[in-house]
Each structure stands twice: as C-alpha cells, then as structure tokens.
Write a protein that binds this ligand. Structure first.
Ligand code: GAP
Length: 512
C-alpha cells in the first residue's frame, strides 16, 4: 500500500469521526490523538475482543484495573528509571532529532527492499522454473547486498546489546545514512534519553513526591500478583490481564497513531513454574497469532520477528508484526520476562512475592510470560486493512471499510425510503426492537445511494431499507456491505440474520 493510501486513511479517520488530532482548535498536540464517535466504538470492540479472549476463554486468566500513578520506587525496581532510554542523534543542519536505532533499521529495510525487488524481477523472468534459494546464492548483486546487510545487522545487534552508543553512530556514518530533511551526514553523538513523563504528587513540608505516568501497564500487574493470587485462590499457571493507558515521551513520533505519547495497552502476565517458561512462551505465541489471524485480513499480513536485543528482563522475546501501509511493524510483543520483575520488587519492597506450590511442596518466585499489545496499533492495523476503494458498475466509486462485523462501530442502519407515509415511524420501531442488542443508526437524509455510501464508509455490515411494502407485509430490504447484494426479509428475521454475523462469540469460537 502506498504512502498516498495511508494519507487517505488518515483523512478518512478524521472525516468519519474515528480519530481527531488532540487539541485541534489550539493547533494540536504532537503525537496525541482523540477517538471520535466511531473510533471509540471500534476501539471498545477491539478491547472487548481481546478481553473476552483472555478472561472468558481461559479459566485461569483474570483481570484487574490498576492505577496509573504508582509508587516511584516501582520504576526503579522495574529498571525504567535507569534503562528505559532511546538512543538519540541530532542532525546539525536540519536540527532534527532521530532515534539512532530507527535510522539503522530503516537503512536495513531499504537493502531488504533492493534484494526483494531483484528476486521478484527474476521470478517473473524465469516463471515456474525459478529456484529462489539458488538465485539468492548465485546472483552477484543479491549476494553482495545480502552480505552487506548481514554485516551491518550483526554490528547493529552487538552495539544494541552492549549499549555501545559510539558504535551506533559509527554504523550511521559507515552506512552513509543521510538526514531525510537536510540530506547531510552532519550528525551529533548518540545520547540516551529517558522516555518516562514525571510529575509531582501532593505537597508536604518536605516538598512534593516525584511520580511517573506509567510507561507500561505491566508493573501494576506485578505489584498486585500476590493480592490476586491469594484473594482469587489462583494456582500456577495463571494469568492477570489488564487494559489501560500508558505514557511515553516518544521523540520520534510519527505515522499517525502508530507511535503516540499517550496510548493504551492490553497486557497479560502469565505466571509459571521456573523452567517451564519457554514452553509457555511457545504456547502464547501460537494463541496470540491465532487471535490476530481470526480477524480474516489474510495470514500473509502477519509475521513473527524475534528480538536481536533482549530487554534487560527477558530470556526470549518476539514481536507479532503486521503489514501496515508503511511496511511490516510491531503490533504486539511477547516476552519471557523470567522472575526479573517479581524478584526485583521483592528486593526493593522488602516483601516476599513467592508462591507456595502444593504439588511441588515448595515456594518459589514464579517466571512470567507477557503478551503486550497496543490498542491504538491494533486499531491502525484494523482500519488500514479494512479500507478499500472500489470501482462500481457505471463508473461510480465507493470507499468501504471491510471491518470484521464483530468489530464494526455500527452494526445496522435503518433507512426509510421516504420521510413520509409512516415509513420513518416503522423504521424507528425496528430500531427500538433491535437497539438492545446492536448499535443501530437511523438515517433519512439524501438518496438511498448516498446513505449506503455513508454506511459503507464507516463499515456498517447491514443496511435495512423500509419501503411502501413494509407496512403491508412487515418485510424490508436488507443490503450486505461487502457484496452489496440485497434481499427481502421479514422484520422478525432481522435479529437472527444480524446476530449470526456480528456475534463476538462466533469470532471467539474461531480462535478456540
Ligand atoms: N510491558 C511490555 C511493553 O510495554 P513494549 O514492546 O514497549 O512492551 C508493547 O510495548 C506494545 O505497546 C507494543 O507492541 C505496541 O503495540 C504498544 N506501544 C508501545 N509504545 C507505543 C507508542 N508510543 N504508541 C502506541 N503504541 C505503543
């Protein structure tokens, strides 16, 4: 998908009430967004899909809702005060600031693109006889680029692992990476920058306490581990799920709601016996990938990306990447966090955070598998996959959001053919009987064609038209968003027809 289409998606989100720039009438606040009347419905449906998949489908996963403010020592214990940094570099000519790691990753992606183009060209040329592996090994241009890529990649991975900022800068210099704005290579040194927002709480004679806006929801789960385990009589293995806001002072904030300063996470920490964590890691990778694929956007749009640099707390980590309009990008992280967090909170708080395992007859600090997905990134991947521009017969075009019906903000639009002859009243009657189950919308303005287009643009799976035959035989025309097919059905069948398609239960069953 091109940058052009991405721009169209961003303006579509604004035009139809999905996403607005925060504080727009004051010229906006960078990397902060508000969800509008359609956006909030889609977002809530995404959250419900995730929440139900965790706490309904897994008897041993329960939810919590912890506060955004937490004791500041929590962030010392978690490592965020000392290590939650981005390596930044400035271009002296444009005065723009970049993440050094992102500059290098983009450079690697450009080499990959070159290689892939070469392979695609050859595949077309040779047709069915094409042996891709052989071509990659023997074509001089491809193998040269691949060797260059591998060399940069291994230097990059080592520099990240060693937190070697000088080497990161050297890679940028050696790769001749230029600033996209000034076009120059006039770079500063690379520096670390902490991403947490700090504020002050209360005022005492000794002054206020410095507190942080949480940069992840996970720590609220760790510090409540024993509360939940004891009060819920939970037995290991078990999980705690949470949805909530997180805040990061992102320096390179771009690509709409992909990287925001205030965003929402859906995280689940799964507590297991030490030594069993890698089996659980593999299991949750599969469960989470199935959750994504069940939405039906196409399996080829997802891939795992194992981390080159493991975070300070992890012994295995992977991302689920989704093909966004601007390439494959991380939507979800799955981490095997060892006992790092619980042990560290034990040390800093002086409280025991251990579990007595009745089967093993001993106490231990559990290991943790974490699944962590950004609601906003999930929203962006959903809306960009659903967005389609279609040519219709007669040269007309339509923009349609092919959202999975269970996620669509509005499930049903009821449209009286004309604003008289009792048709609006009949339409209202239909809404009154269905509104308890489905989000419905009434629309009587403009031609039927225009009304269909408006509903297509927000992804409404069903439109029902009330016409002059309706008062006579209690039937209506139902029109399906994707096929645009229409059929005549009895009003009392509507509920079943719609339930069958929009049901969250049905969607959840496909991942079981
Ligand atoms: N507790 C682990 C953790 O927070 P992460 O990889 O830093 O891990 C998890 O974040 C997910 O949160 C990411 O995969 C992404 O979907 C989302 N996320 C992280 N930073 C974000 C940002 N600035 N804007 C939007 N979403 C973000």
């Amino acid at each position: 998908m091109s940058e052009d289409v991405f721009k169209k998606i961003v303006s579509h989100c604004k035009e139809y009430g999905f996403v607005f720039q925060s504080s727009e009438i004051y010229d906006g606040l960078s990397a902060v967004y508000d969800y509008g009347q359609m956006g909030v419905e889609l977002k809530n449906n995404i959250k419900k899909y995730w929440w139900d998949s965790m706490v309904l489908l897994h008897e041993n996963v329960v939810g919590i809702d912890s506060a955004i403010f937490m004791h500041p020592t929590i962030w010392k214990a978690s490592g965020h005060v000392d290590a939650f940094n981005d390596p930044l570099i400035d271009n002296k000519d444009s005065k723009k600031r970049y993440r050094a790691d992102v500059l290098i990753e983009d450079h690697l992606a450009r080499i990959d693109e070159k290689i892939n183009k070469e392979v695609e060209k050859a595949a077309k040329r040779f047709g069915e006889t094409f042996d891709e592996a052989m071509f990659r090994q023997t074509n001089p241009r491809v193998s040269e680029n691949q060797a260059k890529r591998d060399e940069i990649h291994s230097r990059f991975a080592k520099a990240l692992n060693d937190s070697n900022l000088e080497e990161l800068r050297q890679i940028i210099i050696d790769c001749e990476i230029v600033d996209p704005i000034s076009g120059t290579r006039n770079w500063t040194d690379v520096r670390q920058f902490n991403l947490m927002f700090a504020t002050e709480m209360g005022s005492t004679a000794d002054g206020a306490m410095k507190v942080y806006l949480r940069p992840e929801t996970a720590q609220g789960i760790f510090v409540n581990f024993l509360n939940v385990q004891k009060t819920g009589r939970m037995k290991i293995p078990f999980g705690i799920a949470q949805i909530g806001k997180a805040f990061r002072n992102e320096i390179v904030a771009r690509q709409f709601i992909f990287r925001m300063r205030e965003f929402e996470q859906m995280e689940m920490q799964f507590f297991v016996r030490p030594g069993e964590e890698l089996d659980w890691f593999a299991k949750w990778k599969e469960v989470r990938m199935n959750w994504h694929k069940a939405l039906g956007f196409g399996d080829h749009k997802y891939r795992f990306h194992d981390h080159d640099k493991l975070a300070h707390y992890a012994n295995a980590a992977t991302d689920i990447e989704f093909e966004m309009p601007f390439g494959f990008k991380e939507v979800e992280g799955i981490h095997s966090r060892t006992d790092f967090d619980l042990s560290s909170h034990e040390k800093y708080s002086g409280k025991k955070l251990q579990y007595f395992d009745p089967e093993l007859n001993k106490s231990y600090t559990p290991y943790v598998i974490e699944t962590s997905i950004g609601v906003d990134r999930m929203f962006l991947s959903t809306i960009s996959s659903a967005y389609a521009e279609e040519e219709l017969e007669g040269g007309e075009t339509r923009v349609v959001l092919r959202l999975p019906a269970a996620l669509a903000p509005v499930k049903l639009a009821v449209l009286p053919l004309v604003k008289k002859d009792g048709l609006p009243e009949k339409a209202r009657e239909i809404i009154d009987s269905l509104k308890f189950d489905f989000k419905c919308q009434y629309d009587e303005k403009d031609s039927i064609g225009k009304r269909y287009r408006r509903q297509d643009a927000i992804g409404t799976p069903f439109c029902v038209t009330v016409d002059h035959q309706t008062p006579e035989d209690n039937t209506v025309t139902i029109r399906y968003r994707d096929s645009m097919a229409q059929e005549r059905v009895a009003i009392d069948k509507l509920s079943d027809i719609i339930s069958d398609k929009v049901s969250m239960k049905k969607l959840l069953k496909t991942i079981e």
